[in-house]
Design a protein around this ligand. Structure first.
Ligand code: ZN
Length: 131
């Protein structure tokens, strides 16, 4: 079963999409299976990270900026090479196990859509397989 979602993103940051993904799992009726969360963009990504302290999201964005700064030497005319590099580094998808009808996430884990070149209206897909 394939679900598609749209979301409006900030200039740069992590948007928690765990509720949307959990609802898709519920709607699918799958009890045991696999869930793939996929981002079809080249300056955004999907990741799993801490859900307790919001400073983790802030530090993530700052750390990515320090690790992959926007360099004057970049040639890409659109001027967002740093966002392309961050997108590939974090990755376009995550896979989560579905067990007993629920996402098998750790207590402190949530699923995030990572925006590196917003604000934009973005899409992501959730593919659910099982049973
Ligand atoms: Zn570009």
């Amino acid at each position: 079963m394939l679900f598609d979602f749209r979301l409006d993103t900030p200039a740069e940051g992590l948007v928690d999409i765990t509720n949307e993904v959990s609802e898709a799992v519920k709607e699918s009726g799958v009890y045991e299976g696999i869930c793939v969360i996929y981002c079809p963009h080249t300056t955004a990504a999907i990741t799993i990270n801490e859900n307790a302290d919001p400073d983790v999201k802030t530090d993530f964005v700052m750390g990515m900026g320090k690790s992959f700064p926007d360099l004057a030497q970049f040639r890409h005319a659109e001027g967002n090479s740093d966002a392309h590099i961050k997108s590939s580094t974090v990755g376009a998808s995550e896979t989560v196990i579905i067990s007993k009808g629920k996402l098998l996430l750790g207590t402190w884990q949530d699923i995030y859509f990572c925006e590196f070149d917003g604000p934009r209206t973005r899409k992501f897909y959730v593919k659910i397989m099982g049973d």
